[in-house]
Design a protein around this ligand. Sequence first.
Ligand code: SF4
Ligand code: SF4
Length: 110
Amino acid sequence: MNDFAKPWRGIPRELIQWNPQIEEEICIGCGMCVTGCGKMVYKFDYDKKKPVVVTPLNCMVACVTCANACPTRAISFPPLSYVHKMIKENDLIKKSREELNNNKEKYGKK
Ligand code: SF4
Ligand code: SF4
């Protein structure tokens, strides 16, 4: 289990409650979440035929891709209002604008 993850926009990742929760009763073990997550948050338990969240801190904050792709809606996340509150409380919009202005070469449309 990887317990170390990079901070998210300057906030220690350990302080952010953002990772998938699986409702095992309605999970059909298709593996779409396991094979679709580029962050390797999941592994598959081949005995139980169920996904397991092994590196929750690797989950990209605000990403809900696996929940959207799950055919039985077995995956859930905290409400997006949790992320929006964090953005407000940490002044992240101002920081994002500053980052844009300071990195025109990197982010600018050619
Ligand atoms: S995508 Fe959904 S149904 Fe498929 S293995 Fe993952 S949680 Fe289970
Ligand atoms: S939300 Fe995104 S990063 Fe997090 S586990 Fe799902 S697919 Fe992976």
